[in-house]
Design a protein around this ligand. Structure first.
Ligand code: B12
Length: 491
């Protein structure tokens, strides 16, 4: 039984490409049961997927869509392979939040798989082997005889400690290395899944149903050893939504890093109020160099609506702690929240100016279907252009959003605030003793050229147009709106 997993190309030139951890995890799980797995990542190579299909001759194909950025690429691959007589399944976070009927009406995909893919895939390939119907498999959607989407019952989450060690030989690790935070070969990894918080804007409500689970630290350390010793990785970015739920986990992980003797820098995302200076210091002493915080808003009313539940009075002191310890601190804010007023945005800018964060990022809120906040915005009639067809999802993009503005603030003002901080972020120094002016910009350009080299000529032209348009918008919005800078106190 042969399984072909495909990561579609995406037109996002801003971010470096990260390891397809979801596919590597499902692939390693299936290999453990003796199945033959191949992962083909079209965002790091522009190979002919039909040729790969013919040579490998898989029994089933799975595509991963982590965000709306993958829609075009996934539709393209599905069109090319849909006539080959093997089932095509889409999975990944985009599928978790999308409306299955809209997806089935827009593309000839056979099944959708929701949330965690490991156990679902094992059942799917076993059904395929025995010639049984997939329709009894939990956590999927299929079309009935009339083309209507049928969703099977939710699947229980698995105990992550039972998952095998990730088999990085399934991909070319070197293709994913990033220059960031003083590292020359940084990759994304993970230790846990989900988050117990109930933030109303976050897709975690759907993908992990507000649960929190951790992987086996022992397995993780074996993976880290492979990444560092075999692939020369010098930086690990923990992309967990909540890397440490409590202080004990910090010491457990730091002790393991110290004991291993492996040399790498690392960083993680956490919530304000979870750790004290002592833990930040312990992390720093064990190689941690950056911490990412979701602050979202500086306005207490908006934070309450979001159910963010972070202690407001600890926000400023937390960034002070990171500054004293020597950690890069990143503060993420959301602007244009449903019903947000200019005064509320001013509170956010005020807070961003007050904290000692190395970098503040502002992204515009856009609906993430099925989340509490989006459902309410739709019910309140704030969403003028609801999603009716697959291509409408492409407009739901947090980055200088082209989606409906749900706030009471003018779109130009939202764009200016976002661009202003982004511009500052691009032009700041990177981290470390050797950091120089513009070195981060140079690294971003290197990333962009690298991304372009992975795309086909047609796609690189398309992506460059999009990127050029965004770049010009940034530049103008960050430089030519003195009245708005003054109004919001952008220094
Ligand atoms: C790493 C990461 C990135 C990386 C790229 C990820 C990738 N390889 O595509 C970077 C930094 C580039 C990135 C960028 C963006 N990201 Co991002 N990212 C993440 C992050 C932090 C981790 C993803 C991950 O690796 N998880 C670990 C693996 C093991 O889990 P997984 O990927 O979910 O896979 C499991 C299931 O989804 C499923 N599955 C996955 N694929 C498949 C395929 C099949 C066939 C099946 C059956 C199952 C299946 O099974 C897997 C194993 O259990 C998530 C948040 C999170 N912690 O999940 C956000 C997240 C996926 N990103 C998100 C967003 C919005 C973006 C951006 C659009 C942000 C922006 N506007 O700039 C961009 C899009 C650019 C892009 N290239 O896609 C959102 C998506 C929300 C949504 N779909 O509505 C998330 C959920 C963050 C959030 N909470 O809002 N991202």
């Amino acid at each position: 039984m042969k399984v072909l997993f495909i990561m579609p190309y995406n037109c996002d030139l801003i971010h470096a490409v990260s390891l397809p951890l979801g596919l590597i995890s499902i692939g390693s799980y299936l290999k453990q049961y003796g199945y033959d797995v191949k992962i083909c990542d079209l965002s790091v190579s522009h190979i002919n997927i039909e040729k790969v299909f013919d040579e490998y001759s898989p029994n089933i194909v799975g595509l991963s869509l982590s965000s709306v950025k993958h829609i075009d690429g996934a539709v393209d691959v599905t069109r090319k392979l849909s006539k080959r007589g093997v089932p095509i399944v889409w999975g990944g976070t985009f599928c978790d939040v999308a409306d299955p009927q809209i997806v089935f009406d827009g593309v000839d995909v056979d099944y959708l798989s929701f949330c965690e893919g490991e156990a679902t895939w094992l059942e799917i390939v076993r059904c395929l082997e025995k010639g049984e119907d997939f329709r009894k498999v939990k956590g999927i959607a299929y079309r009935d005889e009339n083309g209507k989407a049928v969703v099977t019952p939710d699947r229980e989450y698995i105990d992550l400690t039972t998952l095998p060690i990730l088999d990085y030989s399934l991909v070319d690790v070197s293709a994913y290395s990033q220059y960031l935070y003083g590292c020359k070969n940084l990759v994304y990894v993970y230790l846990s899944k989900g988050c117990p918080s109930k933030c109303t804007f976050c897709v975690n409500q759907i993908t992990h149903r507000c649960t929190y689970r951790r992987r086996s630290l022992e397995h993780f350390m074996k993976e880290a050893e492979v990444l560092v010793n075999q692939y020369g990785v010098d930086g690990l970015y923990f992309c967990d939504e909540l890397c440490f739920k409590n202080k004990e986990q910090v010491y457990e992980v730091c002790d393991a890093f110290e004991k291993s003797g492996l040399k790498f820098f690392w960083g993680f995302q956490t919530r304000v109020g979870n750790l004290t200076e002592k833990e930040f210091q312990r992390c720093y002493d064990c190689g941690c160099r950056w911490v990412d915080f979701g602050i979202e808003s500086g306005n207490k009313e908006q934070l309450k609506i979001m159910k963010k539940a972070i202690p407001y009075d600890k926000i400023v002191p937390t960034f002070d702690m990171c500054d004293r310890v020597g950690l890069i601190s990143l503060a993420n804010f959301i602007v244009g929240l449903p019903g947000e007023t200019e005064e509320q945005l001013m509170d956010t800018v005020r807070l961003a100016n007050e904290i000692k964060a190395t970098q503040c990022s502002f992204l515009q809120y856009c609906i993430s279907p099925k989340t509490e906040m989006s459902k309410k915005a739709i019910d309140d009639g704030l969403v003028k252009h609801p999603v009716r067809k697959l291509s409408d999802y492409k407009k739901i993009d947090f980055f200088l959003s082209r989606t409906d503005n749900l706030s009471k603030i003018k779109q130009t003002e939202l764009n200016v605030v976002q661009s202003y901080y982004l511009w500052n972020a691009i032009f700041r120094k990177d981290y470390g003793k050797d950091a120089k002016n513009y070195d981060l910009l140079i690294k971003h350009i290197k990333t962009l050229l690298r991304r372009l080299s992975f795309l086909s000529f047609k796609n690189s032209v398309k992506c460059m147009f999009e990127f050029g348009y965004l770049g010009l918008r940034f530049f103008f919005d960050a430089h030519f709106h003195p009245k708005i800078y003054k109004k919001y106190g952008l220094k």
